[in-house]
Design a protein around this ligand. Structure first.
Ligand code: ZN
Length: 399
């Protein structure tokens, strides 16, 4: 996939990324390095060979895709230095792509080797718990933030096939709310619904009760009914992927009205087999035409051998995206981030400035303050949109 290294940069401006997995975004060099240090033998010794093993080359099945994690997760899991290092390097890689705010997600259980049942990746029992994993990732992200001058927050994932872990996950979200953990997620095989696995529903109820934000992988490979369950039962504020929502036009229209945010991952959706490999038929084209609220994201750049630039250039080259749409979707993404309102406002302001959209109008933070907090000054045509309050786009940009 040499073309990834000569890819076009089509939107070389500050960006927001809301859907990317830490354990799907590790540098191959780091996997090799840690394996050497720990004396773990891998089937490949060079970056090129190891990349070939980790990467999905053609649209794959879910089993093939998940199998890729098994190629390297045992190297990183259970190792304190490695876990902190991948978090730090992740921030550096995102900064290089021009990302100024990222929400990175992971399952703390998948990186632990004690207090987790079953112990993943055939590891021997050790002394690294999911709780300490979260501390290490928080440290790595915080050091990365300082070094590379971007904001990195995290989302903790429940796994659909492991409902017994979900209670721990929500408790960790609560415990580390002040240390950069902003939300809970549910990932994995969508055919495992929450009626059959009430552990997830209970965790999400607790999240809502405690003010922990909620996103859910839904409608990626699964049908629109999974999106419905995510919204109605799990009270999701954002949907991971959500492509198959288009099968249920009633629900789709309802979510458009609510300004529901869809975390779209173009390259991922092709290589996981979630969407038609012909990008000109991608659901995000409908989202764009309908002025839906969505972000563009990498999902698992290690496994797709991709970067955020590739997702953007794909959107431009095959889906007709313009610079104006890139700006619009990034401002929408900032507005749908899980930051507290004040920090969200600052982030949106940063984008307006970087995009040259200040015009002496939104440059004044007091104007935007009033605007986001709803003090009654800028009310003409306002409408309440979803969980994130007023939508600044309705005032400043007309597309
Ligand atoms: Zn994902």
């Amino acid at each position: 996939m040499a073309e990834h290294f000569t890819e076009q940069i089509v939107f070389n401006k500050p960006k927001i990324e809301l859907h990317v997995h830490l354990d799907g975004a590790i540098r191959v060099e780091t996997i090799l390095d840690v394996a050497r240090r720990r004396g773990i033998t891998l089937p490949a010794g060079t970056v090129k060979e190891m990349t070939h093993i980790c990467v999905v080359h053609q649209p794959a099945t879910l089993t093939e895709f998940l199998g890729k994690f098994a190629e390297y997760m045992h190297v990183i899991a259970g190792d304190r230095e490695a876990i902190k290092r991948i978090a730090y390097e992740f921030v550096e890689d995102k900064a290089k792509e021009g990302v100024i705010y990222v929400e990175v997600r992971y399952s703390p259980h998948f990186l632990a080797n004690t207090d987790v049942e079953p112990i993943p990746w055939n590891q021997k029992e050790g002394d690294l718990s999911p709780d300490e994993v979260v501390c290490l990732v928080n440290q790595g992200l915080a050091e990365g933030e300082k070094a590379f001058n971007i904001i990195a927050r995290s989302i903790l994932c429940c796994m659909r096939h492991m409902p017994s872990w979900s209670k721990d996950v929500v408790e960790l979200c609560k415990k580390y709310k002040k240390d950069g953990v902003v939300a809970i997620d549910l990932a994995g095989d969508e055919s495992l619904n929450c009626e059959a696995y009430p552990g997830h529903r209970m965790a999400y109820e607790e999240a809502e009760r405690c003010g922990v934000h909620r996103t859910v992988h839904a409608g990626e490979v699964g049908p629109a009914s999974v999106v419905k369950e995510a919204v109605e039962v799990l009270k999701a504020e954002r949907i991971g992927h959500g492509y198959n929502i288009l099968e249920d036009q009633v629900l789709y229209k309802q979510l458009l009205e609510q300004n529901m945010h869809f975390e779209v991952c173009p390259i991922s959706s092709k290589l996981t087999g979630a969407c038609d490999p012909d990008f000109t038929k991608h659901p995000v084209i409908t989202f764009r035409k309908d002025k839906a609220n969505y972000s563009l994201n990498t999902d698992d750049p290690l496994i797709f051998n991709s970067t955020l630039h590739l997702d953007y250039s794909t959107a431009q080259n095959y889906m007709g995206f313009t610079e104006e749409e890139f700006k619009r979707l990034n401002i929408n993404s900032a507005n749908s981030s899980f930051l507290p309102e004040k920090e969200k406002k600052d982030l949106i302001n940063k984008l307006y400035e970087a995009y040259g959209m200040v015009d002496g109008f939104v440059g004044s933070s007091s104007v935007l303050d009033g605007f986001l907090l709803g003090d009654g000054e800028l009310r003409n045509g306002d409408r309440m949109l979803g969980h994130s309050g007023y939508n600044p786009l309705s005032h400043f940009i007309v597309f």
